[in-house]
Design a protein around this ligand. Structure first.
Ligand SMILES: C[S@@+](CC[C@H](N)C(=O)[O-])C[C@H]1O[C@@H](n2cnc3c(N)ncnc32)[C@H](O)[C@@H]1O
Length: 337
């Protein structure tokens, strides 16, 4: 094992303990600090391929296998004793966290498009994971504590600043589709357990929201919603390779809306540029909710404060949003920020 690899693993875990986990999961702060200080665990993690060493993936694998949300000593002993299984889960799985809560920040743009176009929406998500963000019309919403919009479950709460155009009605959805490198079946029990393991310990509200969104997906798949658009059609592949065919397949009379959240960071700059320029040239609307805001010419803008995403419509930045959909900060003038 090279010293370079072990130093980089220890520093990765320290970075997560300092920057990403605080305020979200105190247990993961402890676990990441503990791993960084444990030469034995650092060596095990460093033997994984580099993209597989992220703490959130390794910790999700341990929890998926039943480590429980124990103190660091407990999870250290568990991971060391069961490392071959932990490594196998890490190698077979990805961080495909699917956050239905993001629909609260996407919905204002979906409703705006529906009002402008006066046609039902054909939602086409690139990087949908299990497709939970494709069901915005089946959840309900409360912005700034206002009375609930919609009757579905989960009820998503979102606080706002800057006078955003808040929806007064849920948009009509004609079709739901998506392309993912690894589409997930949110009704498969093992997949459900993996999606649950990806929610960080202590985030009980997010876990409840996930369970309720999965239940809604299950109900949709069983046909119980009657006339509403059916369950998402998810195809496998790279978003750049398959987006064109999905836009072309949108039902006649609908407006295709290509959207994505927490996906563009997995693409390199050339692929982000290709995607942005191609989608800008297609006959569709385009909603982006990402750390990497990409303008219509394909220029990448990384937000200075990565705790927030940039929400954009057709390549114009309109708001900053909380990563999990609980905050919407409307920008004064739509800009290329
Ligand atoms: C963090 S998840 C976000 C899921 C969902 N958009 C959400 O907000 O809950 C990122 C998803 O993007 C997918 N993905 C990453 N790169 C991709 C690519 N080049 N083409 C298609 N899907 C991709 C991953 O497989 C994963 O399911």
């Amino acid at each position: 094992m090279s010293t370079e690899a072990t130093e980089s693993t220890a520093s990765l875990y320290r970075d997560y303990a300092r920057r990403w986990f605080p305020g979200h999961s105190e247990l993961y702060v402890q676990w990441a600090t503990g791993v960084a200080d444990s030469p034995e665990l650092v060596a095990l993690v460093s033997a994984l391929p580099e993209p597989k060493r992220q703490p959130n993936l390794v910790f999700a694998a341990a929890r998926y296998l039943g480590s429980g949300d124990t103190d660091f000593e407990g999870v250290r002993d568990f991971m060391i004793a069961r490392w071959p299984e932990v490594a196998e889960i890490v190698m077979d799985h990805r961080t495909q966290t699917n956050e239905a809560g993001r629909c609260a920040t996407l919905l204002p743009l979906f409703s705006m498009i529906a009002a402008q176009e006066r046609r039902p929406l054909a939602l086409i998500e690139v990087g949908p994971s299990a497709g939970l963000c494709l069901l915005p019309d089946l959840y309900s919403y409360s912005y700034d504590g206002a009375p609930q919009l919609g009757t579905g479950s989960p009820l998503l709460h979102c606080s706002t600043t800057g006078n955003p155009p808040l929806p007064t009605a849920l948009p009509e959805i004609a079709w739901r589709a998506g392309v993912d490198l690894n589409p997930l079946d949110g009704t498969d029990p093992e997949t459900v357990e993996w999606l649950r393991a990806l929610v960080w310990p202590g985030q009980t509200g997010r876990l409840r929201q996930l369970d309720e969104a999965l239940e809604t997906l299950h109900t949709l798949k069983s046909g119980a919603y009657g006339s509403t658009a059916g369950a998402p059609t998810l195809v496998e592949g790279d978003l750049n390779d398959r987006i064109g065919e999905l836009v072309a397949a949108a039902p006649e009379g609908s407006v295709p809306v290509v959207f994505h959240s927490a996906v563009l960071m997995y693409l390199d700059e050339a692929d982000r540029k290709r995607f942005a320029t191609e989608v800008s040239a297609m006959d569709c609307r385009w909603v982006s909710n990402e750390i990497f805001f990409v303008d219509a010419a394909g220029g990448s803008h990384e937000a200075a404060d990565q705790n927030y995403f940039t929400l954009a419509l057709d390549g114009v930045a309109l708001a900053r949003t909380g990563q999990h959909g609980a905050e919407l900060h409307w920008l004064e003038n739509g800009s290329g920020a």
